[in-house]
Design a protein around this ligand. Sequence first.
Ligand code: PEP
Ligand code: MG
Length: 606
Amino acid sequence: MTRVLRGIGVSPGVACAPALVIRLEFPEVPDRTVPPDQVEHEVRRLHEAVDAQVASLQELGQRVLQRAGPEESRIFDAQMLMAQDPDFLASVEQLIRNNHLSAETAYEFKALELRNAWSNASSARLRERLADLNAIQRRILLRLVGRAPVQPWADQQLDEQVIVVAHELSPGLTVQLDREFVVGLVSEEGTRTSHAAILAHSLGIPAAMGVRGALALIPNGAMLLLDGQAGTVTVEPTVGELEDAKTQVSRRHRLELELDSVSGRPAETPEGRRVRLMGNVDLPEEIESAVRFGAEGVGLLRTEFLLTGRASPPTEDEQADYYRRVVLAFGDQPVILRSFDLGGDKFPASFQAPPEANPFLGWRSIRVCLDEPEIFRTQLRAVLRAAVGRDLQLMLPLVTRVEEVTAAKEMLAEEADALQRAGVRAAASVPVGVMIETPAAVLIADRLAEVCAFFSIGSNDLTQYTLAVDRGNARLADRFTPHHPAIVRQLRRTLDVGRAAGLPVSICGEMASEPLTAVLLLGLGYDRLSVAPPALPLVKWVVRTVPDAATRRAADAALEAPTADAVLDAVRDAVRDYVDLRLLDPGAALPGRARVATLPPGTELP
Ligand code: PEP
Ligand code: MG
């Protein structure tokens, strides 16, 4: 039997604990009819089951509110709405009354119909909602057939540390996890840039995704050794394998000592070239870690979490409060706020968007904002209000056309006027920049430079759109290479064009958080990197350790390299005299997060 399963390391760290295999299976529901005089009783049972489920979601929401925060708990508001959907329940009632079916038979019939409709829409953005729908329907059915629903990942019932193994981890599930007991995550679907992976990374939970066959090959309760850097899962590890894991952990501890030595020092190269290292902030809890790891501002403030998992968009006041909280945390350092980047893999459950055949090429990001002015203008007003006296800047995602920038700027100016006329305290304007994350944006960067204040490279999407590789497809993970020559050339070109126009050019995609590709960026001349907060110490160490001559040599060779592998080889060759390469491979440990959870009795940490 296969004992070592391979996937993609999406959140570094080594964990050893028993597997908790989560299978979202639906219960067997026997076809059952009832005598006519019992029909109303069945309708009542249906509503009791729904009410009980809503109550338990409410309670779960409260627990998550205390444990994590208000944003995470809102996921449950959306789930409650889904459970109580009046049209759906009316259709189930009708089936009970017309066909004298039992509540569970009728519910299952209608639930299956709805699930089929959603899965046939087969758009990536519906998948997030489908996982929520599955969970709710499953729990209501369990109640109707008289079995108690269990939510071991978020429940008090979990009283030992486990590694959760599931088919797919939604962002919702990931934020629900009980961080004390869940010490690792393994899923069959997902890649490094899935939002669930980014969340696991931020929360410091070691994780491997794209581990094919995990559910079939990992028995519940089996001891697992998870390496969230290599993306491997070893089932029932031998003493030798645990020893190897210990060696790796000890190497990381050595690196941590190195990292401690640069803490509190400026991010400058051995020759004294100053680099601004900023943090990417996706969730409120990352503000504190970005500050703690020494971020010099926020290079990417993602704002989608304000919409996901909620029944209605956040108010202007709520948004202004949050944006203010972020800028206050960073004093006079810049905070670059990205307007809502919905669509693709990021549609919230509450958003009524039509199904599309190609969501990543569809109605998303800036397109949604411009077409939904109510949502966008509310965000713009909140930004202007929070920007008073602070360095808050606005960044537009997925720009492919100059008109998108001019239209957004026009709306911003109109909202600034309106606020001023209404006597509301707000900034007169904020600098507006664009994300360079499509080949179109790279090719018209000179034109975009005429209408915007800065560029920031979104290498995750730039890689996806340049290489035509779905960033969320586990099967294609090996082909998702941000260090591909086609990307390297675009990185150079964008920097040249931006510099010529006098614009700051930064990079906020995940490749800036990877030590080897960070070397490449430094060599290309980038001096503003925005990275996942826990990656800050390692990237700073790389900045301070590798001389400019070596990073330049790496970049020059990379620009000539024919393949992605050759690019990485060129970088390795250029830096091997200065650093231990085993520490710098792509997906390498971000040691701020590396940890060994529970090792089995008898294993000692070095
Ligand atoms: C990117 O595409 O590189 C990026 C930073 O944006 P996101 O990952 O949120 O799409
Ligand atoms: Mg993007």
